[in-house]
Design a protein around this ligand. Structure first.
Ligand SMILES: Nc1nc2c(ncn2[C@@H]2O[C@H](COP(=O)(O)OP(=O)(O)OP(=O)(O)O)[C@@H](O)[C@H]2O)c(=O)[nH]1
Ligand SMILES: [Mg+2]
Length: 249
């Protein structure tokens, strides 16, 4: 049976970049995947309409556009996406950000280990590439390095970063983790990685290019960093039986 692959694009006020992201998805992927689905997180701009227009104009019949009635947070949108992917019986789901910070051209490359059954989750690592050359601001690079060092130490892992948003999941693996208990905020990405680690699922990273455009960052880095450290500390407390943390059981 052929592998049923889906590409999920989270969007929030991404009217300008969404068509660029869709255009850049390789034709072979557009033909091969079962579905490309956008979950628009109650954008205040016309992202949702642009998604619909794109499908009509380009005749991209396997493009689906959903919209959250109210903003659910970046993590909240991922929860909806992965539950949907499971319900639709997809085998693999790729998350590709709608703000064009990750290269859609790299989808086939990131899919390969999952298609070959070599991993349960693959993420593209910017740190393993040349992040500063790609315009990653120095404070983000240093913050990423610091958080990653702490996380590797506490989680006894050896990843080059935990913060990339270019991720590919096996839906079979997603069914094994209580991802609905992860944060609705940005550190959903940390929580789910910890869950994969707790369940002994195979995480693989592959170098990818970094691209930062002129857009203003919407992440509050201090809040993000503290939340990541909090999740990591929760894991530590849970592991040492000091407090029970349901999401990491
Ligand atoms: N900010 C934000 N982005 C969301 C939300 N829901 C979905 N997204 C999308 O999720 C992706 C990641 O959000 P970003 O705010 O760019 O976060 P980031 O890439 O981790 O951080 P930056 O380096 O600041 O771009 C983008 O493609 C957004 O369009 C939301 O509620 N808030
Ligand atoms: Mg971004």
């Amino acid at each position: 049976m052929p592998t049923k692959i889906a590409v999920f694009i989270p969007t929030y006020n991404a009217a300008y970049t969404l068509p660029i992201v869709l255009d850049r998805i390789p034709q072979e992927i557009k033909e091969k995947v079962k579905q490309i689905f956008i979950i628009d997180n109650a954008s205040e701009d016309n992202t949702y309409l642009i998604g619909i227009g794109y499908r009509e104009l380009k005749g991209l019949d396997n493009l689906q556009i959903f919209r959250n009635e109210a903003n659910r947070g970046y993590g909240g949108s991922q929860k909806r996406a992965y539950q949907y992917a499971i319900d639709q019986n997809f085998d693999i789901v790729v998350m590709l950000h709608g703000d064009a910070q990750y290269a859609p051209e790299k989808i086939p490359y990131l899919l390969e280990p999952l298609e070959k059954g070599q991993a349960d989750m693959v993420f593209g690592s910017r740190i393993a590439g040349l992040p500063l050359k790609g315009g990653m601001p120095l404070y983000k690079f240093l913050g990423n390095k610091f958080l990653t060092a702490v996380q590797n130490r506490v989680l006894e892992m050896n990843l080059t970063e935990f913060h990339s948003g270019f991720r590919v999941f096996s839906c079979h693996a997603l069914k094994k983790v209580p991802f609905h208990l992860c944060s609705d905020d940005y550190h959903f990405d940390t929580d789910i990685l910890i869950q994969f680690k707790c369940r002994g699922l195979r995480i693989m990273e592959m170098p990818i290019p970094t691209y930062y455009g002129k857009e203003k960052s919407r992440v509050n880095v201090v809040r993000y960093g503290l939340n990541v450290l909090k999740s990591t500390a929760e894991y530590w407390l849970h592991k040492h039986n000091i407090s029970r943390v349901k999401k990491f059981e």
